[in-house]
Design a protein. Structure first.
Length: 219
């Protein structure tokens, strides 16, 4: 079984699109009918996120941690206990491509670090900010970006690396560093595609939204 892991904190405005994209990826014909389970970890949600998730053929867990690393760790453990051989991570403000899972698996490595494409740039991020972002971002194979919105790992490598830690941010970076230390093979690939939000009201302090805000302040 393949597991898709999506942590969410008050994501009612973006969850529908996220889950619809994940379900399309889960039913790709090149997966040859292999079971795919989508798990949303609802972390301290006070909006309609739970009701939205309940409308889809996906699983959910409700926790009260307000910690993305802990949410990912709990979700990954749940998927492993259900027999997942591979865990693909994304975010609730992101949409994966239809061939996202296929692209990750066909790389044949222990883990895959993918890139993200920013959509609908926030009005506060003018053209100069967008230019600086693209100048510093490698949207090609061999990049060295790490995004929780586009990360895949085999069950065996995840266990060997010790899994996600309960970090408020950079839990994805921590896991990849541990994978490197234990000798896992990692594909730094542009092939698995994910489109993500450019919102500045970050759900996790120090996350992608804060990175964009800091980039705007540079100018």
């Amino acid at each position: 079984m393949i597991g898709i892991l999506i942590p969410a904190h008050n994501e009612e405005s973006l969850l529908d699109e996220c889950l619809q994209a994940a379900l399309r990826a889960a039913s790709h014909e090149m997966l040859a009918g292999e079971s795919v389970e989508i798990l949303v970890v609802l972390d301290s949600c006070t909006d309609r996120s739970a009701q939205i998730v309940a409308q889809y053929p996906v699983q959910s867990l409700a926790i009260d941690a307000r910690n993305v690393g802990q949410a990912r760790a709990i979700g990954a453990r749940h998927l492993l206990e259900r027999g997942a051989r591979w865990i693909s991570c994304s975010d609730a403000d992101s949409c994966v491509a239809e061939d996202w899972l296929v692209a990750q698996l066909e790389l044949g490595t222990d883990a895959v670090c993918g890139t993200v494409t920013v959509r609908d740039w926030d009005a506060a991020l003018d053209e100069s900010v967008q230019i600086r972002y693209h100048q510093g971002y490698t949207a090609a194979d061999g990049h060295r970006h790490i995004h929780g919105a586009n990360l895949g790992v085999s069950a065996e490598a995840y266990e060997r690396a010790g899994g996600f830690e309960a970090l408020a941010c950079d839990e994805d970076v921590q896991l990849v560093r541990q994978l490197e230390r234990c000798g896992a093979t990692i594909a730094w690939s542009h092939r698995p595609q994910v489109v993500t939000s450019s919102r500045l009201d970050s759900r996790a302090q120090g996350g992608f939204g804060d990175f964009l805000r800091n980039l705007a302040q540079v100018g």
